[in-house]
Design a binder for this molecule. Structure first.
Ligand SMILES: [Zn+2]
Length: 256
């Protein structure tokens, strides 16, 4: 079988791709299809999958209802009514780019918010989990810390993060031979959650002069993620900070 090309990391702005079917098989929801030139990112690393649709021959366009990794391929899940597909057929995949772009903004927002929080609370704070919600309007991270955040802390975290957003620092991807190599190269800018143990080459997401973190996700090209609102919740062993994309800046971020 020909190898599948994964295009979404190198070309995250690619919204449509005409390609051929490498393999097709039945699936509990209908059918699973692997496309030669794949632009659909499956869920992973706390980020939901891409949304989109496919068209082929004279069938109407049909929504992608899932995206799964298996046997070294990314499989698009199509519903029962999608009709017959077999390998070699031509197929057009279209992405919901608004969903993709919101996810990229939120993913960059998580990097900005976590590093800003570390800068305010010190290394005694540790990230426990981080997620982008399925609708790509909100993301959150939970932190292990001795207590929840005070009003003064959340206000100063929000102020620092807003100034980062307004300064539009470039966000770039780099690679390092190893975690140790990245630590040596970037010093204090480098951080890595103790949730992970990575070996070999690492993909690094770098917010210029601010933060370097191993991550395999898709990110907005700068720290200018647009208006957002923060709110925090106390949680056992620490707190949760939510970031919601908004249409305009609001004065107060919280629910208090
Ligand atoms: Zn990331």
């Amino acid at each position: 079988m020909d190898k599948q090309k994964q295009l979404f990391l190198a070309q995250p702005d690619l919204a449509e791709m005409e390609s051929t079917v490498l393999a097709a098989r039945s699936h509990s929801l209908g059918m699973a299809v692997a496309v030669a030139d794949n632009i659909v990112r499956p869920a992973g690393g706390g980020e939901p999958r891409d949304r989109g649709s496919v068209r082929y021959s004279d069938t109407p366009s049909c929504a992608i209802v899932g995206a799964e990794k298996g046997e070294g391929l990314t499989w698009l899940i199509l519903p029962n009514h999608a009709g017959e597909l077999c390998s070699g057929r031509s197929i057009v995949v279209n992405l919901d780019m608004e969903h993709r772009q919101r996810r990229r903004r939120l993913h960059t927002a998580i990097h900005l918010a976590i590093r800003t929080t570390i800068n305010h609370l010190g290394r005694g704070f540790q990230v426990a989990d981080a997620q982008i919600e399925d609708d790509a309007l909100t993301c959150w991270f939970s932190g292990r810390f001795a207590r929840s955040l005070t009003d003064a802390e959340i206000i100063s975290i929000d102020r620092s993060m807003r100034s980062l957003v307004l300064s539009a620092r470039p966000v770039n991807v780099a690679t390092a031979k190893s975690v140790e190599h990245a630590e040596r190269s970037y010093g204090e800018l480098f951080r890595m959650s103790d949730r992970y143990a990575l070996s070999g080459r690492v993909r690094l997401v770098c917010v210029e002069d601010f933060d370097v973190n191993p991550c395999s996700g898709l990110h907005h090209v700068s720290s200018d993620i647009g208006p957002y609102a923060l709110d925090r919740h106390a949680a056992p062993g620490g707190f949760t900070l939510r970031i919601q994309l908004t249409n305009a800046w609001n004065y107060w971020h919280g629910t208090d």
